[in-house]
Design a protein. Sequence first.
Length: 158
Amino acid sequence: MAALRPEFALEPPTELTPLDEQLLAALEADGRAGFAELAARAGASESTARRRVEHLRRTGVLELQLDADPVRFGFATQARLWMRVQPRHLAAAGAALATHPEVCFAAATTGPANLVAGVTCRGSGDLHRYQTERVGVLGGVGELETAPVLRTLKRAFA
């Protein structure tokens, strides 16, 4: 887990410059663009583009994320779990879910369910065990609805 932590501590945020806006727009268009390409798109030198991108990361304005297909890593079963949790247990249940390695996404929400999680497991047996042995023991979880992901049509977002 230490390898996944940022290599620097966050600094206080600063106001975005016009160059920052151009760099962010270029990264939004192509998150894999290198510093030379970013510099060309923003009309800056490569070293300036590198410095500004590193500054944006240090201030928490820019966050890098990787979205990979779990099937490629042997995790063939994905599902969305919709839970009804007693309000007094909602924060604790959400915090617990956030620590589970099976959970790639967790959020409090409104409507019939007030906690949702995206989970990834190696197979249906592992999903069943996760539901019964990990989620089923969380305090305040009254109902659990499972929606298996049958086909993913889009992974990334703009």
